[in-house]
Design a binder for this molecule. Structure first.
Ligand code: ADP
Length: 517
């Protein structure tokens, strides 16, 4: 990224070299230096020299440190030269002859001294006179401007570096657009977000790169582009929409345009872009959840209300059978509501972090038998069977959570095989994996739904599923619990023939075989 033009440091450097060399020549000197004033160190630092050996420069340094700061700041600098002339520390030239006549002038910018320029002659040369001073003064003025510019260039380059660090380090994507709506620059986060490298897109129209659309899929890049406004001062504009990445993916984003007016009337802009896909997903889930919950609550509540009204209006004239039936429905619906609330609580518990597993040595076949006993009364048309292989190991698991998993799977097997049929809970060991499966002869799961039914609030999309009550949380909870035990769950199925949900757990969570136990 190049936010600022490259600073002409090299030019300033060569300008100072030329000024120094011209000053030495004009004053018939044989050496010279330019030093700049370092404010933080409060000393002069030699930046350019000519005709001086490193050793000679060394000898000059104490002079700069001690005598010359005063000299450079004095308007009467020329008068002080006689004091220096006697200084035994004065340096030697590159060819070894002592440099004695010595003239130095401050580099003044306004009232500020930004450095000094110094010309030295060989000992045998004539001393500097008042005629020489205006000559060096003319060079000093040019050098002062160059040193001053070098200082500004350094500050600018430091600021540039800071801005670039901020720009590149920002976690948000930033892209800058010129008044003709072409991409000027972008940071790393932006490259990552859109999957284009800056080489690919700098100079291209931004509508080609971002393809911004609203939530209905309508383009925002033409008639509704914020950059079509003509702001009179720097102004910001926020919008949300979908952009398309290099590999054709849609990403939901929030964008803040900071627009600056330009002479053409159309603004240039820096746009901050944040990926809000996750946020929108959470919003979507929340509204799905509320509508599912509303739906799930309405049915039992209206049944309870209806039967309770019948009971209260019957005025004691209801037959025993009708009363028993009404109370039975109320009780059943209350149980259903309790189960729903428990499932919601469990899902929220699991989501708030890894569940704490209360592990014990568990006979899964006993848990399966208990689950089947519990569900049998609700599965009149089904044949519930449990088949665990001989020597099936005792496992070290959370028994309550595992019972929840098997209950969900067997209940689903019943719910989604309305014609009845056999439901088999089977346990076996395959090499170092323990497998427990629940199979049914029900409606089956279409291939396209096999992954998504394990996600929150995802239900199959067919008539039978719609007729069956559910919130799409059971399999999500199952997967969460099984994964918390280090295992996995998957489904194999054939539509209209049946489904088999298989839990695989590492044999490592076994401790001994049931026979041993
Ligand atoms: P719910 O049963 O409340 O809808 P689940 O998370 O338990 O929620 O199941 C999600 C979806 O998976 C169901 O809506 C259904 O489409 C499908 N499904 C689950 N179990 C079976 C099964 N045994 N046979 C066919 N489809 C099933």
């Amino acid at each position: 990224m190049d936010l600022l033009e490259a600073t002409p440091q090299v030019d300033i450097d060569s300008t100072l070299r030329v000024i120094l060399s011209d000053a030495i020549e004009a004053l018939e000197g044989s050496a010279g230096v330019v030093a700049s004033w370092n404010e933080s160190g409060r000393r002069f630092v030699i930046t350019h020299s000519q005709g001086l050996t490193p050793r000679a420069l060394e000898r000059l340094r104490p002079l700069l440190d001690e005598a010359l700061p005063d000299l450079a700041r004095s308007k009467r600098s020329f008068d002080l030269l006689s004091d220096l002339r006697a200084n035994p520390l004065l340096p030697y030239s590159e060819c070894g002859s002592p440099l004695n006549p010595f003239m130095v002038l401050p580099l003044q910018v306004g009232s500020k001294s930004v450095g000094l320029i110094c010309v030295l002659r060989r000992q045998e040369s004539a001393a500097f006179t008042g005629v020489d001073q205006p000559i060096l003064d003319a060079f000093a003025r040019q050098a002062a401007v160059a040193v001053y510019n070098a200082g500004i260039a350094q500050v600018l380059s430091e600021e540039k570096r800071k801005i670039e660090t901020m720009f590149e380090g920002s976690a948000e994507g930033i892209i800058s657009i010129d008044s003709q709506r072409r991409v000027v620059g972008l940071n790393k986060a932006m490259e990552k977000l859109i999957g284009h490298s800056r080489e690919d897109i700098v100079g291209r129209p931004c509508h080609e790169v971002l393809e911004l659309r609203d939530w209905q899929g309508e383009s925002l890049c033409y008639s509704r582009c914020p950059m079509l406004r003509r702001p009179e001062k720097i102004s910001t504009y926020e919008t949300q929409g979908t952009i398309r990445t290099a590999d054709g993916q849609d990403v939901d984003v929030a964008m803040v345009y900071s627009m600056a007016p330009s002479p053409s009337g159309h603004p240039s802009a820096v746009i901050n872009i944040r990926d809000i896909t996750r946020l929108r997903e959470v919003e979507r889930l929340r509204s799905t959840f509320l509508s599912m919950l509303g739906h799930e609550l309405r049915t039992p509540l209206s049944l309870i209300k209806g039967y309770a009204s019948t009971l209260s209006m019957g005025d004691g004239k209801l037959s025993q059978g009708a009363m028993r039936e009404s109370l039975g429905v109320i009780e059943e619906e209350c149980d259903r509501l309790t189960k729903l609330v428990n499932r919601l609580l469990l899902a929220s518990q699991l989501e708030s972090g890894m569940p704490v597993l209360h592990k014990e040595h568990v006979h899964l076949s006993s848990i399966a038998a208990r689950v089947l006993r519990k569900i049998e009364p609700m599965a009149a048309g089904h044949n519930l069977v449990s088949d665990f292989s001989e020597g099936f190991p005792v496992l070290y698991l959370d028994p309550d959570l595992m019972e929840e998993v098997l209950t969900n799977l067997v209940e689903n097997a019943v719910k989604y095989s309305p014609e009845g049929g056999r439901i088999l809970v089977c346990g076996k060991v395959d090499r170092d994996i323990v497998e427990v499966s629940v199979s049914d002869e029900g409606i089956g799961v279409p291939l396209r739904e096999m992954e998504q039914i394990f996600e929150r609030f995802q239900r199959g999309d067919n008539k039978v599923v719609r007729r069956v009550r559910g919130m799409g949380l059971g399999l999500y909870i199952c997967r969460y619990i099984v994964e918390a035990h280090g295992g996995s769950i998957h489904v194999t199925s054939q539509v209209g023939v049946g489904s088999k949900f298989t839990i695989s757990l590492p044999l490592a969570c076994s401790v001994m075989t049931e026979k041993d136990g």
